[in-house]
Design a binder for this molecule. Structure first.
Ligand SMILES: [Zn+2]
Length: 93
């Protein structure tokens, strides 16, 4: 499977700090898919951020009120995300 955009996606690998800055956008689905992908790659290898995201998601859910209907960004099929993550994990050993 040839995925030239993989290299592009990997140009930007967020550190814990970047992840922290994007966590709200990620949870609210406002990140473009490429950014979401790198975000998830980082989550895949960083238990610290996984725990952080989980805690943050819970907080966000609790504080969420009925007002916001955010426009949906172009969605990337979840299956495609899974495939890409699988390939990436294979490559990184
Ligand atoms: Zn991290």
């Amino acid at each position: 499977m040839d995925m030239p955009f993989m290299n592009k996606a990997m140009d930007w690998m967020p550190g814990c700090r970047e992840l922290d800055a994007f966590v709200v956008d990620y949870l609210e689905g406002r990140l473009p898919w490429r950014q979401r992908l790198t975000f998830r790659m980082h989550l895949g290898m960083c238990p610290k951020c996984r725990a952080y995201l989980k805690a943050y998601a819970k907080t966000l859910e609790l504080s969420r009120t009925a007002y916001a209907t955010t426009p949906e960004p172009p969605e990337m099929p979840e299956e495609l995300v899974q495939v890409i993550l699988a390939v990436w994990e294979e490559r990184s050993g």
